[in-house]
Design a protein around this ligand. Structure first.
Ligand SMILES: *Cc1c(COP(=O)(O)O)cnc(C)c1O
Length: 365
């Protein structure tokens, strides 16, 4: 590490998954009563699952290692091989889950572009559902996402979820809600998490994103759904043993860190407002904690912008050729956002031409 790179702590806005467990979470982990969760004997896991079911207003819930496993498990439970799943074109299950619906469930994707909305309209869902006949697969699932990650943490209201879900249910199609950031949606819409969950057959919620848990996602639904999902989790290799060590801090994330997401949303707006209008950069105001920066009118592409920001001490992610994502979270306070903005301004002011730098990077993404 040379002198110029031995700078300062970077402000890490790559994702809301980068948060460190608090001292209280570490204590909860150290003191958690545990047992073998595959036998259903881990009191801390059972406690988390009961709490999650209560918060989401469902009969039951299941603790899984990741949000990806939760979505894949839900798809496997709801569908039969050879069916289709209706999904938003830019949803996480399409972009980032390794074609898991095809691999684990033998299900084909029917993408529906919801445009500037987070979820498809009732009419779009109705149009996309197909009946099962000799030549056609039949629709086995509608999978919604809230908040919508690729659309910049866009919120779907409970009414929008209800409308899409009703169109599916009217045609006997079950609905899964990928609620990785559902707590952000709840805080932004000022409703309880259960207001969304009430309309769907299963819902996932990441505890390891904005809520700050070290590990895990809950998947909730009816007793019958969760009983089957428990078997699928085992099939996928997600049966865990003394998992109370991670479930106890995850429960704290759920009981204590929801309301404070409003701070992350305010910080994201502050960041977006500061970036918007800087030398060809556009960053529209956001409802939640995901800031998307459009670099298309600036002299540099997204990759280069991310590299230069990293050199200046602000970490983000290239989210497309001309889109950069910054995520706010509980380890960046308002002062850190101001620092990030100052550093981003220096990057923009330096106006170096857009080409890859050869210097050795201190940090790799
Ligand atoms: C992060 C995320 C997931 C997957 O969560 P992992 O725990 O990283 O597997 C699923 N859906 C959405 C919308 C996400 O943002």
């Amino acid at each position: 590490m040379d002198e110029t790179t031995a700078v300062r702590e970077p402000v890490d806005l790559r994702s809301d998954t980068v948060t460190m467990p608090s001292d209280r979470m570490r204590e909860a982990a150290a003191n958690a009563p545990v047992g073998d969760d595959v036998y259903g004997e881990d009191p801390s896991v059972n406690d988390l699952e009961a709490t999650a079911a209560e918060v989401l207003g469902t009969e039951a819930a299941l603790y899984l290692p990741s949000g990806t496993m939760a979505n894949q498990t839900a798809a496997r439970v709801h569908t039969e091989r050879g069916q289709e799943a209706i999904v938003e074109t830019e949803s996480h299950v399409v972009r980032y889950e390794n074609a898991g619906f095809a691999q684990h469930s033998g299900v084909q994707i029917r993408p529906v572009d919801a445009g500037d909305r987070a979820v498809p309209s009732a009419a779009q869902v109705a149009d996309a559902v197909i009946a099962d006949d000799l030549h056609r697969p039949g629709t086995g699932l509608l999978c919604l996402e809230n908040t919508h990650n690729a659309k910049g943490g866009l919120v779907a209201t409970p009414d929008a979820i209800a409308a899409a879900a009703e169109a599916a249910h009217d045609r006997d199609v079950p609905v899964h809600l990928d609620g990785a950031r559902l707590a952000n949606a709840a805080v932004a819409a000022d409703v309880p998490l259960s207001a969304f969950a009430a309309h769907v057959d299963s819902v996932s919620l990441c505890l390891s994103k904005g809520l700050g848990a070290p590990v895990g996602t809950v998947l909730a639904g009816s007793e019958a759904f969760v009983a089957t999902a428990r078997g699928v989790r085992k099939l996928l290799g997600g049966g865990m043993r003394q998992a109370g060590l991670i479930a106890a801090p995850a429960r704290l994330a759920l009981t204590e860190n929801v309301a404070r997401l409003a701070d992350d949303h305010a910080n994201a707006n502050r960041l977006a407002a500061g970036i918007d209008g800087l030398d060809g950069l556009r960053a529209p105001a956001r409802e939640t904690n995901v800031v998307l920066v459009d670099t298309s009118e600036s002299a540099i592409d997204a990759e280069t912008f991310v590299e230069r920001c990293a050199d200046a001490g602000v970490l983000g992610s290239a989210f497309g050729p001309e889109t950069v994502r910054f995520c706010t979270h509980l380890d960046v306070d308002t002062a850190a956002i101001e620092t990030a903005l100052e550093r981003i301004e220096t990057v923009v002011r330096s106006r170096r031409p857009s080409r890859k730098l050869n210097s050795v990077r201190r940090r790799r993404r």
